[in-house]
Structures are given as C-alpha cells and as structure tokens.
Design a protein around this ligand. Structure first.
Ligand code: SAM
Length: 243
C-alpha cells in the first residue's frame, strides 16, 4: 500500500495516525461535511438513535475527536448523567472541547486523553460506549475491543460506527475511485494535506468487513452482536452487549 502499512511496525502506524490527526484537526469538521456530502450527520444520527442513551447514563464517546456524538449525548444524559469524550490526540480533543464549550455544553462532559487499547477507567463503568470512525485507526483492534468490554457495565452496549464493505461491486468500485482519486485531491485543496487523506483512504480499504468485525467483537466477549449497513454498506453500525 501507499504507506506500506502491512509491513511497518506498530509504532510507525501510531505516529503516522498521530501526525494525520494533529494535521487535520482544525479542518476536520469542514472536511467531514465536504467528503461525505454531509451524510456523516445522518450516520451519526442513526447511531445516537440506536444507542438508546437515557437520562442518567454514563457514556464513553471513544476516539470522539471533535465531539459530534458527545454533543448529542450530553443533551440526552442530562444533569444526572455523564459523557466522557476520550481521544488519543490532543489536537482533536482541543478542537472538540472548544467547539462544545462554544455551544454552551459544559456541565456533564469530561475530556480524557487516552488510547483505546489501554482505557484508564475502572471495570464496569459505562452504560454505553461508542467509537465512530475511530476503530480503523487503532493499531491493535482486538486489544481495544477487550478494553472496551472491560469498562462496560453488565447490560451495557458498544456501538461501532465505521466504514465497511459496500454490498454491491459497482458501488465498491465507485467508492474506491472516489477514495483514492478524489478524496486526497480534496484534502490537498481544502486542508492542504493530500497525504493525510490518502492515509484515510488506505485505512478504510484495510478495515475489516462487516462479518469480520462482528466476529472480532464476539472474540472480545460481546454477545447478541449485530450490524446494520448504512448507505449500501459504505458504513456499518455494529452493536454488541456485555451481559
Ligand atoms: N468520532 C469522531 C467523529 O466521528 O467525527 C472522530 C473520528 S476521527 C476520523 C478518528 C479519531 O480517532 C481521531 O480523533 C483520532 O485521534 C482517534 N484515535 C486514533 N487512534 C486512537 C486510539 N488508539 N485511541 C483513541 N483514539 C484514537
């Protein structure tokens, strides 16, 4: 692949991912809207609805970046609840914190810089964990899933929103063309950073497909796992429970 991700060691992947998100943080929200034609908002809305978050819940928005999900959860959990926006990258966290504070969302949100593989929380802490467009950037996904399982309360659920494998070959081809030809050019023009967007395209291509991710969740201990394809499988929302 362009960055030889099959052969580079995990430290190289980690620093590459760190550089990408330090570099794109300021432009991240506008690029999301441009690259997905605004559709990422619908995918996130679907995730919020499927999460079943209620007043008083404790929610972890992992790899939460600039906090789109956190903003909605903060309203849903109310004064009695808590949302933790955790991300490995300080630039993304800073942009997220500024954005949410500007919206007046301050009461029930905490910001934690953390690696999904080594979550710094007690066992059985959260009612709901979400990880949106984050898992594919994590070096050891199995380890991260086990870590999420550990910090979830019994009865709690994990939702993984991530790019996946389009159901139809034609969509797959069109999507590949878009990702590898158009997306890096948009990154170059708007964010002045084609390489980072080339990386994002690579990471989407290499992410496990629907069934593989479902079995990885089961391996980590999750039960009643399921997924729902969105936009023809360009994105999938996986769900699993801890009992
Ligand atoms: N969830 C947000 C959203 O949907 O808009 C942000 C998604 S952004 C594409 C991916 C995020 O994953 C980045 O903010 C990045 O810093 C974070 N990330 C990458 N590797 C991580 C890790 N090992 N642990 C925690 N966060 C990580």
């Amino acid at each position: 692949t362009h960055f030889g991700f099959q052969t580079v060691d995990k430290h190289e992947k980690e620093s590459k991912v760190a550089n990408v998100f330090h570099s794109v943080a300021q432009q991240y929200d506008i690029m999301n809207d441009l690259m997905s034609f605004g559709i990422h908002r619908l995918w996130k809305r679907f995730t919020i609805d499927a999460s079943g978050v209620r007043p008083g819940n404790k929610v972890l928005d992992l790899a939460g970046g600039t906090g789109d999900l956190t903003a909605k959860f903060s309203q849903l959990v109310g004064r009695e609840g808590k949302v933790i926006l955790a991300d490995i990258n300080s630039s993304m966290l800073n942009v997220g914190r500024d954005k949410l504070r500007d919206k007046g969302l301050v009461q029930n949100i905490e910001y934690v810089q953390a690696n999904a593989q080594y979550l710094p929380f007690e066992d059985n802490t959260f009612d709901v964990i979400t990880i949106a467009f984050g898992l594919r950037n994590v070096t050891d996904k199995d380890m991260a899933l086990r870590s999420m399982y550990r910090v979830l309360k019994p009865g709690g659920r994990l939702l993984v929103l991530e790019f996946s494998k389009p159901e139809h070959e034609l969509v797959n081809k069109a999507y590949d063309f878009y990702s590898f030809n158009i997306l890096p050019k948009m990154g170059e023009i708007v964010a002045k950073d084609g390489d980072s967007y080339q990386y994002l395209a690579e990471s989407i291509r290499m992410h496990p497909d629907q069934e593989t991710l479902k079995s990885m969740m089961e391996q980590a201990g999750f039960e009643q796992t399921s997924f729902k394809n969105l936009t023809g499988g360009v994105v999938a929302l996986h769900k699993g429970y801890k009992f």
